[in-house]
Write a new protein. Structure first.
Ligand code: NAD
Length: 286
């Protein structure tokens, strides 16, 4: 039986979510995507027009099939949580059933149970501000979009996940070492995500025989990372200082993700797994 994967946080072909989808598709999984509501139209249009066809190519020469794209806004758990102005916003009014609870229900109705849940999303409205200058609103927004969104997704998807399944998220080393420039409470949000990985691994392991891990990925010039403003500097820094002096490809993170959600990793849960050319191990810039 083919496995079904729901990947939240894909809105173009540049980010880690897209690469993870490709690695899972190459391994034979059926791919369902969750795309941020404001980015949905352009993503679907680009897909239809074949803009991503080159990067849909899998190692065996076939193109990755996407069974369905679901609109999603992971800062809202159910329709009662959505403020009026968002409901009326024309980018949101055009889509429906995009709160976490509704997306899980739609996936269940369309495809039944799934095996793999991927969280590849983050957002911090004040990411460019130092923590010392971050407002309460900005800090809580970062935590809501980047940390609680994972708790909520797993909470709502666990009941429709087959025992033996697995879930992963993406984190960043700014959670444990100071990375000047990764502000707005995003470092705090990643620390929460990593701590939650351990607790959720316990709870989802006991409750549903589901494994929960997170990948601490090295720098990639994705759309989200470009919004932070210093990604090119981080990529250069990694190239100079990491044990492996090579570009970090999104596909390398995709492949590690495919391993972690596969039976090859059947005893790995609650872990932070570094996929960063080894940069995290260094104590001195070279
Ligand atoms: P990306 O832009 O491809 O992915 C982020 C996605 O989150 C986007 O598709 C965006 O539309 C979506 N999103 C934002 N707010 C959302 C919401 N409320 N609901 C639903 N979706 C929402 O960028 P990426 O860098 O590949 O990010 C994926 C994950 O990888 C993130 O968790 C990020 O923190 C993590 N990460 C990235 C890097 C890097 O250098 N790029 C390094 C380590 C970890």
């Amino acid at each position: 039986r083919g496995k079904k994967a729901f990947i939240a946080g894909v809105a173009d072909n540049n980010g880690y979510g897209w690469a993870i989808a490709k690695s899972l598709a190459a391994a034979g999984a059926e791919i369902l995507l969750g795309t941020w509501v404001p980015a949905l139209n352009i993503f679907e249009t680009s897909l239809k027009r074949g803009k991503f066809d080159d990067s849909r190519m899998l190692p065996n020469g076939s193109l990755m099939e996407i069974a369905k794209v679901y609109p999603l806004d992971a800062i809202y758990d159910s329709p009662e949580d959505v403020p009026e102005d968002v409901k009326l916003n024309k980018r949101y009014a055009g889509a429906k059933n995009w709160t976490v609870k509704e997306v899980a229900e739609c996936v269940k109705n369309d495809f039944g149970n799934i095996d793999i849940l991927v969280h590849s999303l983050a957002n911090g409205s004040e990411v460019t501000k130092p923590l010392l200058e971050t407002s309460r609103k900005g800090y809580l927004a970062a935590i809501s979009a980047s940390s609680y969104s994972y708790v909520s997704l797993l909470q709502h998807f666990l009941p429709i996940m087959n025992p033996g399944g697995a879930s992963i998220s993406l984190t960043y080393i700014a959670s444990e070492r100071t990375i000047p420039g990764y502000g707005g409470g995003m470092s705090s949000a990643k620390a929460a995500l990593e701590s939650d990985t351990r607790v959720l691994a316990f709870e989802a392991g006991r409750k549903g025989k589901i494994r929960v891990n997170t990948i601490s990925a090295g720098p990639l010039g994705s759309r989200a990372a470009k919004a932070i403003g210093f990604i090119e500097k981080m990529i250069d820094y990694s190239y100079v200082n990491a044990p492996l002096q090579k570009e970090l490809l999104a596909d390398e993170v995709g492949n590690a993700a495919a391993f972690l959600v596969s039976p090859l990793a059947s005893a790995v849960t609650g872990s932070v797994v570094y996929v960063d050319n080894g940069l995290n191990t260094m104590g001195l810039a070279t």
